[in-house]
Design a binder for this molecule. Structure first.
Ligand code: DER
Length: 220
């Protein structure tokens, strides 16, 4: 993965878009963490909508007041990604992609923060698919039928699988190079038992990539 300095530059640059009075979608992962920290340090008058247990905790630590989609609509969402190819992303490395997707997609503007290691000409990362636990075998079968190779994501410091904030399991599905992300995204949505998948197609509005000496912003 990229360096902490590259992640910091991306996160802090995206945080520059945030103005007093905004409701901000707070992404999950180590790159979005820099944006959350920066918002806290700068004392910007915002309310945050977290995208996971982790991002909620980081918001609390940063002193950012919380709100919810019940009470607020999101002006700007800032979130990381596992891979970026044009306007298609793979997310879900942190197993938070179900909530991330509906918060990010609900925002008036959704910007991705990343380091150069996330950039690719075409998506070829495994696609995390969150599934209802009992549906796992049938989802795995259908993923196979789409040409994917599903692997149940094992936890590290817990026996058994990773369990998401929503109580789902995660199948990491290898499809190789994905020529048509939109098509695959639609197919994955159609599998009964799938809670959410990690293909974010046509959702992001811009990508901030932190480099060794600056940041590259691409409007999508
Ligand atoms: O899980 C996610 O989608 C996160 O955004 C994550 O994949 C990116 O995490 P990182 O910024 O720590 O690489």
């Amino acid at each position: 993965g990229g360096s902490e300095e590259q992640k910091r530059r991306a996160g802090e640059a995206a945080a520059d878009e945030v103005e007093d009075g905004m409701v901000v979608g707070l992404g999950t992962g180590s790159t979005a963490a820099h944006a959350i920290r920066a918002l806290g340090e700068r004392g910007v008058e915002v309310e945050g909508v977290p995208t996971s247990f982790e991002s909620r905790q980081r918001a609390v630590d940063a002193g950012i007041p919380l709100t919810s989609l019940d009470e607020s609509s999101v002006d700007l969402a800032i979130d990381g990604a596992d891979q970026v190819a044009g306007d298609a992303l793979v997310k879900g490395g942190g197993a938070a992609h179900a909530r991330e997707k509906y918060v990010d997609a609900s925002a008036d503007r959704f910007v991705v923060v990343a380091d150069p290691s996330k950039e690719a000409d075409a998506l070829d990362a495994a696609i995390p698919v969150a599934v209802l636990p009992d549906a796992r075998p049938v989802v795995a079968e259908r993923v196979g039928g789409l040409g994917g190779e599903p692997t149940l994501r094992a936890a590290e410091r817990k026996d058994g699988p990773v369990v998401t904030d929503d109580g789902a399991l995660v199948l990491d599905c290898e499809f190789g190079r994905i020529e048509n992300p939109g098509e695959l995204a639609t197919a994955l949505c159609g599998i009964p038992g799938v809670v959410e998948h990690g293909l974010f197609v046509d959702l992001a509005d811009a990508v901030y990539v932190g480099t060794a000496d600056g940041v590259r912003v691409t409007e999508l």
